[in-house]
Design a protein. Structure first.
Length: 271
């Protein structure tokens, strides 16, 4: 996908896509394929959410995302965060509201008091995941990331996601850093600073971040729209292919609106 150096802003609106460093980076390729039909897609270097390239030993940060926008001369972009990428997207929208044209938070949580933990069996699995060999860990995560229907009926799609993820180096240390960053994340008291039009997308069968996390996010962001997916798990782009079309429709609608002025956004963030 595009990097800051080769994006052509004259052609199509820019979209910044950020995921985590695990299997969701492979899952995100399904969304990227749809986005690329209408937008110039940039990816934070560490997220490997499209193309699966870059320094995957690091955990994506808001500074990395901002540097990518700066490097491409992008004043404003639509920002999408999937899974841990939602943490980065939230921080970018809070700290640099003038750079975010619209915001999509997928399978995400505000953290802190607004974090709703998964069931004990899922928590136990997450704690031991870093001790498994890389490929074994990806396959072991399948029942937790995908809906039961996908596991039963669409195993080849899961195999494609895992193959995409294994196509790039995967450092187990990055998972531990991501997990630590997610545990410390607490955007709840600051969600009111998000000025961008926001869509929250969450699977009703998400075992990693239960649906209530998405509901709380949407409830605390002014004007946010919540899209729940009855047959979607944490990896809903694979579970529910139609969700990507909904996401694209939202971004296209926001692209037709006049971009918000940076100065007004900055004031809103300080209020």
């Amino acid at each position: 996908m595009k990097t800051g150096a080769d994006i052509d802003l004259r052609r199509r609106p820019p979209v910044l896509l950020v995921t985590g460093v695990g299997l969701t980076a492979g899952v995100a390729m399904r969304t990227t394929d749809k986005l690329a039909e209408h937008f110039e897609v940039l990816t934070a270097p560490a997220s490997t959410s499209a193309g699966l390239t870059g320094d995957v030993a690091a955990v994506p940060t808001p500074d990395q995302a901002l540097a990518l926008l700066d490097g491409g001369g992008v004043e404003q972009a639509h920002v999408i965060g999937l899974s841990f990428g939602g943490v980065i997207a939230q921080e970018l929208a809070i700290l640099h509201p003038q750079r975010v044209r619209s915001l999509v938070l997928c399978s995400s949580s505000a953290g802190g008091k607004l974090y709703v933990p998964p069931a004990s069996a899922t928590r136990h699995f997450i704690r031991r995941l870093d001790r498994l060999p890389i490929e074994e860990g990806l396959w072991a995560a399948v029942p937790y990331l995908y809906s039961p229907a996908t596991v039963r009926r669409n195993a080849p799609l899961i195999g494609q996601d895992i193959a995409r993820r294994l196509a790039a180096p995967l450092d187990p240390r990055s998972y531990n850093r991501q997990r630590a960053a997610a545990r410390s994340h607490d955007a709840g008291p600051r969600l009111g600073a998000i000025a961008a039009p926001t869509l929250v997308v969450h699977g009703e069968q998400d075992r990693i971040l239960p649906l209530e996390n998405g509901r709380l996010l949407a409830d605390h962001i002014a004007g946010a729209r919540l899209l729940t997916l009855a047959t979607g798990g944490h990896a809903f782009p694979t579970d529910v292919p139609g969700a990507s079309r909904e996401l694209v429709s939202f971004l296209l609608a926001q692209s037709r609106r006049r971009p918000r002025r940076a100065a007004r956004n900055a004031r809103g963030a300080r209020a």
